[in-house]
Design a protein around this ligand. Structure first.
Ligand code: HEM
Length: 273
């Protein structure tokens, strides 16, 4: 909530919190709806049915509008995502920190409306929260099953925290074994098991002898690739050593896709890595 909407929600201390309640509703969608959205979105457009439940839209739009108005009224400027969106609504471009030369006013198309800006916060929240919490949950599950891995990662964290004195970005970057544990968790349990794309040109796949005409909707099976024994031998085994630098160098880079790839790659990838 603090990254996407710039507010403190206290969801951990207060499990019955209104924010937590609405967050759960985002992912309570009926599987039939999800299938329609993924495979025949035209039906939703035809019947004017929004992808997101109207109650959820109302809740997050109101939350966003109130936060923006509070900041504008009290002239509060924080260096966060909300502040970028407020600038895009007010000016249509983002003022750079310090170096004015990097501010590109000419690239402005138009100012964002309140609803467009609220949608950015909402996607940031929806895309970032569930994926990260699912990954943390599965990582803890695997660590509970593999005490050797747990001891090793704990030792690394203790040593690096003693060296740095506190939990900093640099300290986390030094925790190389922790990164392997997280990557192995993302391999075994990618929170998004598939990617969706549309062919932008005709493609011929020689291995399977299939011709895909331009415009074909494609589903890329991340989970299937991550559990393919020809790529990851004994795929159900939790083994962070699969992410040792030399082993990674031998694998096709597209064999590990927890954050997707290409121009629509996950914007939170750097935050997680
Ligand atoms: C373990 C954590 C995460 C995983 C596994 C994950 C995974 C993904 C995947 C697979 C996609 C689709 C990419 C594609 O189609 O190529 C995606 C998109 C996205 N993710 Fe993440 N994500 C994570 C965390 C985050 C976080 C923390 C944020 C924001 C703070 C975030 C924001 C987004 C956004 C905004 C998109 C849409 C990008 C676009 O369509 O242009 N994600 N994520």
């Amino acid at each position: 909530m603090s990254t996407a909407f710039g507010i403190k929600s206290n969801c951990i201390q207060d499990p019955d919190n209104v924010y937590r309640d609405h967050r759960k509703k985002i992912f309570e969608a009926n599987p039939i709806w999800i299938a329609i959205i993924l495979f025949v979105p035209q039906i939703m457009n035809l019947l004017f049915i929004p992808f997101t439940d109207r109650g959820i839209i109302r809740f997050y739009t109101k939350l966003f509008r109130e936060t923006v108005e509070y900041r504008q009224t009290h002239k509060i400027i924080k260096h966060d995502f909300m502040n970028l969106l407020i600038q895009l609504m007010e000016k249509g471009f983002v003022e750079s920190d310090g170096d004015k030369k990097t501010t590109d006013e000419s690239s402005t198309v138009s100012k964002l409306t309140m609803l467009e800006a609220a949608a950015q916060s909402y996607v940031f929240f929806a895309a970032g929260f569930e994926t990260s919490s699912t990954t943390a949950t599965f990582a803890l599950y695997e660590l509970a099953q593999h005490h050797d891995v747990q001891d090793k990662v704990r030792k690394e964290i203790d040593e690096i925290l003693t060296k740095h004195g506190e939990l900093t970005y640099d300290a986390i970057n030094e925790m190389t074994y922790l990164h392997k544990v997280i990557n192995e968790t993302l391999r075994k349990y990618p929170p998004l098991p598939i990617l969706n794309r549309i062919c932008t040109k005709d493609v011929y796949l020689p291995i399977v002898n299939v011709h895909l005409p331009k415009g074909t909707a494609i589903t890329i099976p991340i989970l299937g690739i991550h559990r393919d024994p020809s790529i990851y031998p004994d795929p159900d085994k939790f083994n962070p050593e699969r992410f040792n630098a030399d082993v990674v160098a031998e694998r096709d880079p597209y064999a590990f896709l927890p954050f997707g790839e290409g121009p629509r790659v996950c914007i939170g990838k750097k935050k997680i890595n």
